[in-house]
Design a protein around this ligand. Structure first.
Ligand code: SF4
Ligand code: SF4
Length: 193
């Protein structure tokens, strides 16, 4: 049996180098001079009490110029009675590329308008990449992100799990435009807080 010779596929553009770059040593010297220049400049600023460079002493300091696209920290919106607007459909957890959302669903047969809700809702911020896809996927406007710099530094990863009570209460919000039938079937609106 004739076997075709194995041809390794190349998925990248091979760099082209000039003869000067192929010598390597000049490029190494150029790289060291750039690194050394930045180091000396920052050290001089630090020695003259101007702090230097872009260093921010997080978590004692947070920068005021965080990117405009910083999406911030999650919240779960509430129904008029304070329970989560979430219907535990799991769409956010399914779409999450970091697989960092875990939801346990509860069932309330006495609430036909909203029988399913989360009994537990956890986001692992040690894995979240703040992409916002969970917000896009939610059919109920039940999960949002509020622009802020989350205060997460701690000694262990357990501290980076954000749970249902915190998601509901750290910045409580509801959707004023959304009528929500109560258990009696009467539509109710709630002012956004
Ligand atoms: S922001 Fe992205 S990574 Fe974080 S929980 Fe939502 S979908 Fe997952
Ligand atoms: S937050 Fe939205 S997408 Fe996620 S389970 Fe609740 S209703 Fe579904």
């Amino acid at each position: 049996m004739n076997r075709r010779p194995h041809v390794r596929r190349q998925y990248w553009n091979a760099p082209t180098m000039s003869w000067w770059e192929r010598l390597y040593l000049p490029e190494i010297v150029r790289g060291l001079s750039i690194t050394g220049g930045v180091f000396v400049r920052n050290m001089w600023r630090w020695m003259t009490l101007r702090k230097g460079a872009l260093t921010t002493y997080y978590p004692e300091e947070t920068r005021a110029d965080y990117a405009a696209n910083n999406r911030g920290k999650h919240i779960l919106t509430q129904r008029p009675d304070g329970r989560p607007q979430c219907i535990a459909c799991n769409m956010c957890a399914t779409v999450c590329p970091a697989q960092c959302i875990e939801i346990d669903a509860a069932f309330d047969p006495d609430d036909p308008a909203h029988p399913k809700s989360p009994s537990a809702f956890t986001i692992d911020y040690s894995r979240c990449i703040f992409c916002g896809l969970c917000i896009e996927a939610c059919p109920e406007d039940a999960i949002r992100m509020v622009r802020m710099v989350p205060d997460f530094p701690g000694r262990d990863r357990e501290r980076m799990w954000i749970t249902l009570p915190e998601l509901l209460s750290w910045n409580p919000q509801s959707d004023v435009a959304k009528p929500y039938p109560g258990k009696t079937g009467t539509a109710t609106f709630r002012e956004s807080r």
